[in-house]
Write a protein that binds this ligand. Sequence first.
Ligand SMILES: *[C@@H]1O[C@H](CO)[C@@H](O)[C@H](O)[C@H]1NC(C)=O
Ligand SMILES: *[C@@H]1O[C@H](CO)[C@@H](O)[C@H](O)[C@H]1NC(C)=O
Ligand SMILES: *[C@@H]1O[C@H](CO)[C@@H](O)[C@H](O)[C@H]1NC(C)=O
Ligand SMILES: *[C@@H]1O[C@H](CO)[C@@H](O)[C@H](O)[C@H]1NC(C)=O
Ligand SMILES: *[C@@H]1O[C@H](CO)[C@@H](O)[C@H](O)[C@H]1NC(C)=O
Length: 538
Amino acid sequence: MLLLPLVLTGLFATGTAADNSTWTENVQGLFSESMTWMDRYYDSSLGYLYDLDREDALRHNTRSSAWYALGLLARNEDNDVDEAEKIIANVIGGQFTDESKQWYGTYQKYPEEPEVGTAVYPARIYSSWDPNWRGFVGTTFIVMLEEYSDRLSDETQELILDSLYHATVGDTYRVGGVNGDNLYPAYSNPAIMRAFVSGWLGHRTNDDNMTTSGEAYAQEIIELFNITDTLSEFNSGTYTGVSLFGLTLWSTYLPEDSVMSKVGPVMLRETWEAVAQLWHPGMKNMAGPWDRAYGYDMNRYLSVMALWFWAYLGKDASSVIDQPEIMTHSADYAWAPLVAVLANAQAELLPDDFFDGLKTFDEDRIFEAQAYYPPYDLDIRNITTSLSEKVTVGGMTYRQTQGGGPTGSSTSFTPAVIQWTTDDEVAFLTLRPTERALRSEVSPGRLSLTYPDGDASTVFTLAVSTFLGKPTLSSLGDIPGLEISVSGNVNTSYSLAFAGENGGSASPAHTFEYWSFTFSMPDEFEGAPNLLLELQPR
Ligand SMILES: *[C@@H]1O[C@H](CO)[C@@H](O)[C@H](O)[C@H]1NC(C)=O
Ligand SMILES: *[C@@H]1O[C@H](CO)[C@@H](O)[C@H](O)[C@H]1NC(C)=O
Ligand SMILES: *[C@@H]1O[C@H](CO)[C@@H](O)[C@H](O)[C@H]1NC(C)=O
Ligand SMILES: *[C@@H]1O[C@H](CO)[C@@H](O)[C@H](O)[C@H]1NC(C)=O
Ligand SMILES: *[C@@H]1O[C@H](CO)[C@@H](O)[C@H](O)[C@H]1NC(C)=O
């Protein structure tokens, strides 16, 4: 149950970040390093960043350009502000303004893109157009107006307000389950942004209908959170970072009478408390299970959470390497200016010493939580994670409407995860879920997985990391650092395959190569398939 604090935080605090002399050294480092990196991708002749994924034949990118423009406004040196205004005008020039289209109010993904919804370039949600970019770009525009309006011309500010109007109204076209859209209040990160932009713009322009619409959408998100005290989109290195960003906006830029400014600080704190339990400072990873993963080791893919950890714990203690731009999913490094600008505002919502406890692993523990993501969850999910210095084991129990979680991706929805340290690296073993329901039981050194609706044709597929010190595996016994014994009612013979960039019978997942161990059921099996893994560090 959500308990409101007696003294409400989240007063109408504006302009908190503009004075960058209050930024900590860590925040300044995050900001400056990321800007130096993005400066080299900036195409001033066009007023856009080149795409930050390096395999793009010098196409440009709208969303990261908007984030960079915020960074330019914050840095405010030489011609930074002029370049920012140029980018802002370009981004808005690429916004879809035909109200009759489903993609009304979102932003084109790149300036070279053909017209969406034509015979030669059909509209495809999350592909030729992305409904979430209304929120990503819209929230960035609001941070610009809140923090740096004195650096922006009146004309640019008008342009932004007009653009926010289109983005807000366009976002109301989104109804989960209709026209291929999936924006339910449970889709936490864009839902939080949608409620915020609508509430903020309604206040700013005295559009009561818009205010009411944002507040009502926020109420739905809050009621959902209140069931389990967790975000529906739970524990994701990338998306928990985005939701925390959104909750910081709720808590910082809305008037006192907004339900978002009242409840946002509580949701933010409870979300951080779960993160603090799952964060393993030794492994520099958030232990599993993960609702949505873009990789299986946060030291090798760049997550938005890593940028928050950089801001609060320092770069060395965070899960980025010295050269973050080399990591998988590095385009998300472009979130850094937003994270830097909002770092103080978020820290003010947490206890003073909150981050001290995240610097060293000092206590073996069992973390338990629930999460609920309707309409995909048919029942509340149960999550248990065991953390010790050398091994973490996380498992989820769920019953859902489809395989692969709400987004239908069995490489991203990761309901069972073991991570451990070898001499060289952080290793992982994950379940590649193949069924719509799973029961997990977790205790230190033990993971039991049962597919309640399975049968003789059920398989358990485990994806195991590659190892620098042992490039070729021929059996489970070859796995470095962890002795794994298998039992349950599966046939303990297994097939082994390699998912390699250049060979092997499977393909890497989110660029991670892995070993695939597949267990089948014995001939003529009856009952609920179960695989039991017992683990011993070695
Ligand atoms: C802080 O702001 C000043 C003046 O606007 C600017 O010169 C400086 O580069 C900024 N610092 C960072 C870390 O961006
Ligand atoms: C008010 O908001 C609702 C829901 O967001 C929308 O459908 C409706 O068109 C709006 N009405 C006006 C007058 O803006
Ligand atoms: C959360 O739910 C409880 C009832 O279970 C209710 O009393 C409380 O007001 C709710 N809190 C919010 C913020 O909605
Ligand atoms: C999770 O646990 C609760 C009770 O603790 C139970 O009611 C619910 O059915 C469980 N969820 C699943 C998917 O089994
Ligand atoms: C287990 O799998 C092996 C290898 O596929 C097979 O030879 C054996 O017959 C299976 N055992 C049972 C009980 O199904």
